[in-house]
Write a protein that binds this ligand. Sequence first.
Ligand code: ADP
Ligand code: ADP
Ligand code: ZN
Length: 215
Amino acid sequence: MKKIIMLGAPGAGKGTQAKQIAERYHIPHISTGDIFRANLKNGTELGKKAKEYMDQGLLVPDDLTCDIVMDRIRQEDCKDGFVLDGFPRTIPQAEALTEALDKINQKMDVAIDVAVPDESIVERMSGRRACLTCGATYHIVSIPTKAEGICDKCGNAVVLRDDDKPETVQKRLSVYHEQTQPLIDYYKKQNILQTVDGTQPMEEVFKAVTEILEQ
Ligand code: ADP
Ligand code: ADP
Ligand code: ZN
């Protein structure tokens, strides 16, 4: 089972798990959030457009988002599988993905919902520190950097993302409930939904994820 979707609220730990899955199974980690942030950093048109939405805690429009993902999954390194993190986030995105794969006689193997209640999400996001250079993510309490404020992997600064500030977090959570949570039913109907308890320590969550992937 190597075509994987990570579902879950913002801050649930999708990215943290997706990175480990990618490493363990040697498949690409495709994060739409990372792709938008890389574009923003490089000052591309896409980056500028995406930022308008991201800063408000809103979703980037489906047409912009879908094109990027479809191009990415058609690349050679995705032929043995990939892990999608932060995509799909709306029913139209999920339908576009199903259709694109259908055309090449493929389908997603599993959608893993990393379940974390809203109460814990605010704490997760306010404590998240991200390296905007290499994309590594930490948490000031649960997953701290070795040296304060410095990325373990590349030595650059780690920061609180603009959209992880409390005012934006609430908005992102309500957007999640309205637009993304319906995907849980969508993948339940496709018979590929699995759920893990995302409130456990990172290593325990990963153990539950690998059990699903290797069953
Ligand atoms: P998190 O990991 O906290 O859920 P992401 O890095 O996945 O955050 O996404 C950050 C922002 O990028 C989102 O709030 C949204 O504005 C935009 N974004 C990322 N993925 C998508 C997507 N699939 N559709 C629309 N917008 C997206
Ligand atoms: P997402 O990609 O779903 O938005 P992240 O993987 O970026 O979420 O995780 C959100 C924050 O929570 C980060 O600061 C991360 O270091 C931390 N985190 C991730 N998994 C766990 C866990 N199992 N327990 C505690 N903190 C976690
Ligand atoms: Zn780094």
